[in-house]
Design a protein around this ligand. Structure first.
Ligand SMILES: O=C1C=CC(=NNc2ccccc2C(=O)O)C=C1
Length: 129
């Protein structure tokens, strides 16, 4: 499918923006993540992301995974896994689940260091339409 190529600009439920720019020929990709949320109440930050997607060509929609290393404010990392779908109206969505790992001060606190959630990304309309 021509659709569900991951490169481009995506937006999630929290209104964060993700730009996937470099697609390697082995399914690797890189990009930037502009988060709208912070754990410490700081301002929005741009953080690097790296991932890999399945290369399916014509059949099926690719599964992928990527990690965001949150810059500056926090010693935290999020891993997203998901799949790209095209809905009945031809709209592409990235349906993902994520694990957010926050640094904690001791092994005793390790139990509370990882959060999990769902996130859906849709393409951000660019002016090019
Ligand atoms: O300093 C930080 C630390 C964690 C963050 N997590 N963001 C996320 C975690 C899970 C899903 C979506 C987001 C998001 O920012 O959109 C953001 C900034």
């Amino acid at each position: 499918f021509l659709q569900c190529q991951l490169n481009g600009l995506w937006r999630n439920d929290q209104d964060s923006l993700m730009e996937i720019s470099v697609l390697g020929d082995n399914g690797d990709f890189q990009g930037q993540y502009l988060t709208r949320v912070t754990l410490s109440g700081g301002c929005a930050q741009i953080s690097p992301l790296r991932g890999a997607q399945q290369q399916l060509g014509e059949e099926g929609w690719p599964t992928f995974a990527f990690t965001v290393r949150w810059e500056k404010f926090s010693n935290a990392t999020t891993a997203f896994v998901g799949q790209c779908f095209v809905d009945a109206g031809g709209k592409e969505i990235l349906s993902t689940m994520w694990l957010l790992r926050e640094a904690v001060g001791s092994l005793e606190e390790d139990w509370k260091a990882t959060r999990v959630g769902r996130n859906v990304f849709t393409r951000k309309r660019t002016t090019k339409g």
